[in-house]
Every structure is written in C-alpha cells, then in structure tokens.
Design a protein around this ligand. Structure first.
Ligand SMILES: [Zn+2]
Length: 414
C-alpha cells in the first residue's frame, strides 16, 4: 500500500480535462530521441526495462510540432497545444513588437498557461527538472513547486527553484555538455519521488549525446542503458510513466563528413538583392550541439512583392523540401503567424539551412553534424507504462501528438 496520498482531483486547462493517476506520475522528454535510438538500444539488450514497459504498456509513434526544435516542442508538451497557440515557433525569433532577434527562453513569450501550473494548483506536488537551464523559467510559468536544471543545480534556492541543497540531495551536478547532464535529471526525478517531495514530474533531458552520436555508436548504447536504469527505478516505485521526445535527429553531412549546408541568406541575396533576412530558429546558447544549423528557417523580405518568385525559386532548390508563405505556414505547420517571417522553409533529411558562411562558426562543431528541425525529425516515440483504454487506443492509432503526452498519461490508462 502506498505511503503517500496523491491528489486525483481533475483539472482543466487549455481546453482539456486531466484526471491525474492515484500514483506518482512522471513524463519524460528524451531530447532528440529519434525512435532508432530506442530500437537499436533495445536490439542490443541495453534497455530491458524499457522493453518491459513497452510490453506491459504501450509503445508507438507520435507527431511532434514543427519546426522540430526543443523550445517549440517543450512548450507544446507542457501546455498540450501546438505552437500557433503557445506562441513559441522557434528557439530564436524576431520579436514582432520590438523588431529584435531574441531567444524564446523566457515565459514572457509563452502565451498559454501550463499543465504543470494547473496540476500544482490542483494539489499535486509538481517538479520540473531540465538539463538545460534555458527551459527552466520558460516551462514553469506560474507554477508552484520545484524547478531546477542540472546545468545550474548548485545555484538552486528555495526562493527561485522551490528547493535548495540540490547537490547534497542528488549528488554533484555534471557539466552541461555531457550525457550525465541528462541522467542527472532522471536521477533527480527518482529521488524526488522516492522521498515523497514530488508526485507529478516533468523531466526534460538534453540532446548533447544524440547530436554527437548515431544510434549504434557504443556511446549511445551506454547512454541509453543509463536512461533505462532510471526507468527501471521509476517502475519499481510504481510510477505512472510517459516517455516521448521533442524531436528526432539525423546526420546532416556529405560523404566526406563535412556539413551538408545551404547558406540560404547568401544565396537569396545573390539572386534577389539585399533586402532578405534569414532567421535560424534552432539558434540557442548551446552552439557546440549544432552550430545553429537546422532543417528549418524562416525568411523575412523587405519587398513582399518578391515573395512568390522567391518561394518558387526556393522550392526548386535541391535539398529544400517544403516552402510555405506566412499564412499557409500558420495553418499547415500550426505556427504563430506574427512570430515567423514571410516564408517558412524546410530542408531534406540530410540537409541543413544556414544564413551565411560568416554567421555560423563551424569550428565550434565537434565531430560530424547531426541535427534536426525539419519534417524528418517530426515523428518521435511515445511510451506509456499503462495499457491504453479503448478511447485512447483509438486516439493512438489516429494522429497522436507528442504534446498529447500528459493527456495520455492522465486519461489514457485502464
Ligand atoms: Zn531538443
């Protein structure tokens, strides 16, 4: 019998009603987890707990939000809404009001309240643990509970983070450019639940390892076997678990290993003149990961009359797979129309889009380029520790989204 009482009070937020389970609950976002990472690790026997969880519960694929970037999808997951509603359509945007290029690492850009905040109001002991500190404040808008990052665990205070002495509790925090930065988040989740400090967790990792290593690399297998150990510990604690990813990850290089990049602003200016600005929405403070190169960009034009001819030129460009004008991007990609440019462009599975050779410091990149942002990193895994009920089984075989994960975890179990 459980030592703790869990609030099962339902709560409604952003048009959905959630019935939290009478058990500790954890949603895990494995950053950059293309399904190949799980299948390869399972095939190598590195994820026995995950395999058991899939057999006892559910494992399938869900569609993430485009562009397939971290902030975009984490905001979607914690609100249960697409980017058109959250207002976060990139890690990096032009602020419509000021005209400045800004990172969306502040909750002032998030237009909707979060499931986490509402769960905390309903009586759950909520904890949000992230590897990258950039997500901490963004994802915990109005939330009463615990929120800290492995990146800045040592600096956590009761006042800001709802917890102090994190390193004493969980252990010394690892460097951000490491696989350990992710494992620390999971260790924290296990610890907070085991001690009864939290019973409703969102644990979001970093994709440092996935940017660096392909699924079959020994380093990946070791990393995923580390993840699996913590999943096993959560299962032992009777935690209701949901696992998904913000986006997948693909190699984006030529046969010689060099980045397969189209410097779009340079090419467009050469063809159509200077009044063209390309924004790379992957841009964030962690450039070692990707050199600010991803498979989606947005283009701002001084002369809107050029838009159709530029769109036509772009879609014919080798390596570019989809081009939308602002209005269609808002509808088909579910993007906030006031926070994207006049055109939105996606590239192929092995192609990234950049601004100009001068803008991207490729010397910061370690090894070959692996990145995300486009259509080919859109589909991600979803795993649930409980079998699905009838309604949610039907939902799972339709067009489930990664930002339905809290819905599946709270409402989808038998
Ligand atoms: Zn990510």
């Amino acid at each position: 019998m459980s030592l703790y009482n869990y609030s099962t009070k339902t709560f409604t937020i952003n048009g959905r009603t959630y019935s939290p389970p009478n058990a500790p609950t954890a949603v895990i976002c494995i950053d950059g987890c293309a399904d190949e990472y799980l299948s390869t690790s399972m095939a190598h026997g590195c994820m026995p707990n995950c395999l058991r969880l899939s057999a006892e519960g559910y494992r399938g694929m869900v569609r993430g939000a485009l562009p397939s970037f971290t902030n975009v999808n984490n905001c979607a997951v914690v609100t249960g809404l697409p980017p058109s509603e959250t207002g976060i359509g990139g890690n990096f945007i032009i602020d419509h009001e000021t005209g400045e290029e800004v990172m969306t690492n502040s909750s002032k850009y998030l237009r909707k309240p979060t499931i986490l905040a509402e769960a905390s109001k309903s009586g759950r002991k909520v904890a949000m643990v992230t590897a990258k500190d950039k997500l901490r404040e963004l994802l915990t808008k109005d939330m009463h509970g615990i929120a800290f990052s492995s990146e800045k665990a040592a600096e956590a205070t009761l006042e800001v983070n709802g917890i102090e002495n994190v390193e004493k509790l969980i252990g010394a925090a690892p460097p951000i450019y490491s696989g350990e930065a992710s494992l620390y988040v999971l260790r924290a989740g296990v610890d907070l639940i085991r001690r009864g400090i939290s019973d409703f967790c969102y644990l979001t990792l970093t994709d440092f390892m996935q940017h660096k290593y392909a699924p079959s690399a020994p380093e990946s297998l070791e990393f995923y076997s580390g993840i699996d150990r913590y999943i096993g510990l959560l299962m032992d604690l009777g935690v209701v678990i949901g696992i998904t990813a913000d986006h997948g990850m693909n190699a984006k290089c030529l046969a010689d290993g060099s980045p397969n990049v189209i410097f779009l602003e340079s090419e467009l200016r050469k063809e159509f003149g200077d009044g063209i600005q390309v924004i790379c929405p992957i841009t964030d403070p962690y450039v070692v990961h990707h050199g600010a190169l991803g498979s989606a960009v947005t283009v701002y034009l001084q002369d809107i009359l050029l838009r159709d001819s530029i769109a036509d030129w772009l879609i014919r460009h080798d390596g570019i797979t989809e081009v939308y004008n602002r209005e269609i991007a808002a509808i088909k990609l579910q993007l906030p129309s006031d926070r994207i440019g006049d055109l939105f462009v996606l590239s192929g599975r092995d192609v990234v889009l950049g601004r100009s050779p001068e803008y991207h410091d490729l010397t910061m990149l370690e090894d070959t380029l692996r990145s995300h942002g486009g259509r080919y990193e859109e589909m991600v895994p979803m795993l649930l520790s409980r079998k699905l009920n009838c309604n949610y089984s039907a939902k799972a075989s339709a067009d489930p989204r990664n930002f339905d994960i809290f819905d599946f975890v709270c409402n989808g179990g038998n």
